[in-house]
Design a protein around this ligand. Structure first.
Ligand SMILES: C[S@@+](CC[C@H](N)C(=O)[O-])C[C@H]1O[C@@H](n2cnc3c(N)ncnc32)[C@H](O)[C@@H]1O
Length: 388
């Protein structure tokens, strides 16, 4: 049987268009390597490629509806670049070690829009190094992650929950702000500040990484400011001044850089995700004190996982909430919240966030029951292993 006739010219065409769209280095149907494959392997390559091309076309049409053709073209291109990182200097490392990092790393440039010491370099960063007390000197993360922690408007005595904390980047940023007065008081770690962070992640594997990050970056003398939990937390009482919900999401930039995960993308998956996010928020808002803040974060570009979830929670939560609107130095405003997208923010992002303030006690029981009945479809959703 003629192999090409078997799959038809449509298949070959879509194979080629998939190559053009995602700029990947898949095998070309006429390449030497492809031709050297066995018949069955060729079939498999073409079948996977067809699936990839169909998924890509659905993906592009889904997002160009949200962003418009022109913006989507640019955004899509920028999302295919790997995530951009900056080095956040760990304030708890000895000054000597910070100095050595600054003087030995080539082409360092400070990130001007952040108020924590963060640096980019045109060179690859070497591995972070431990100081004489075993504390690592910097942590790599997207600069946008620091902005969302800033949105919590932290005070030294705040009691904070980082609900979805692993692997721990944002918890680490919270601690840089929360415990900064200790640093300003000549590293007198014995000073009695009341700030306290609970970092939680229900995934045992990811929670292990979280514990490791806290051990590697925070001196033992400050560990009494932190508790690590690995629970599917259900909040019922106002306990926290600030809650960060960095929710699991469709993480499109991560998907576009992982062909296997990308092949599983479907619009229905992101719908299920948005239901899970909504349910998490409905629960989390009960844990904030009156006048406290909750910052909702995703690294999704999908408005159904971002502002639509926020609109729904503002409308349906029986805990009275208001959105706190603010302007940030990079990014753009959304109908609700703020988004940092890599095509317009020098490669940073994507990161969406919205600040919600609890403005009263509320009696949530009745309305909440109704909302849970409507959103009980996701009972069986697994906790996917998402990257930061
Ligand atoms: C985007 S990641 C968090 C990244 C983290 N905040 C950081 O900055 O390093 C989302 C996390 O949510 C966790 N997660 C999944 N389902 C959850 C749930 N029901 N409650 C809390 N966290 C959940 C996942 O295990 C995952 O680690």
């Amino acid at each position: 049987m003629n192999f090409r006739r078997f799959w038809g010219s449509r298949l070959i065409k879509s194979f080629c268009s998939a190559k053009t769209l995602n700029n990947s280095t898949q095998l070309q149907p006429d390449s030497e390597k492809f031709n050297s494959l066995s018949k069955n392997k060729k079939k498999l390559v073409l079948k996977n490629s067809l699936h990839h091309s169909i998924t890509l076309s659905k993906f592009s049409s889904f997002y160009s509806t949200q962003y418009g053709q022109d913006r989507w073209q640019n955004l899509f291109k920028s999302l295919q670049n790997p995530t951009r990182y900056c080095a956040l200097i760990n304030k708890f490392t000895s000054p000597k070690h910070i100095q050595s990092f600054l003087s030995t790393t080539p082409n360092l440039e400070q990130v001007s829009f952040l108020d924590l010491p963060c640096y980019v370099s045109s060179e690859r960063f070497k591995q972070p190094e431990k100081d004489e007390n075993g504390i690592l000197n910097y942590y790599l993360l997207d600069a946008a992650s620091i902005m969302v922690v800033k949105a919590l408007d932290l005070n030294v005595n705040d009691v904070i929950l980082d609900l979805c904390a692993a692997p721990g980047g944002k918890s680490l940023v919270i601690l840089q702000y929360l415990l900064s007065s200790i640093i300003h008081n000549n590293n007198d770690f014995s000073m009695n500040y009341g700030g306290f962070l609970t970092s939680n992640d229900p995934s045992p594997n990811r929670c292990r990484r979280l514990k490791q990050v806290i051990t590697d970056y925070i001196p033992p003398s400050l560990q009494h400011h932190i508790k690590i939990l690995s629970l599917d937390l259900s909040l019922s009482l106002p306990t926290y001044d600030k809650i960060l919900v960095d929710a699991p999401c469709s993480a499109e930039r991560h998907l576009l850089n992982s062909p296997n995960e990308f092949s599983k993308w479907k619009p229905s998956r992101s719908k299920i995700m948005s239901q899970k996010q909504y349910k998490m928020l409905l629960d989390a808002v009960k844990g904030i004190h009156v006048d406290g803040l909750l910052v909702y974060v995703t690294c999704s570009i999908n408005k159904f996982e971002n502002e639509e979830v926020v609109k729904k929670i503002l409308k349906n939560s029986w805990v009275p909430l208001e959105e706190v609107k603010s302007e940030w130095i990079i990014g753009e405003t959304c109908e609700k919240g703020w988004i940092i997208l890599p095509d317009k923010c020098d490669g940073w992002g994507p990161l969406y966030f919205a600040i919600l303030k609890r403005v009263g006690e509320g009696e949530f029981r009745k309305k909440e029951k109704r909302s849970f009945r409507r959103f009980n479809v996701d009972k069986n959703i697994e906790n996917d292993d998402y990257e930061e």
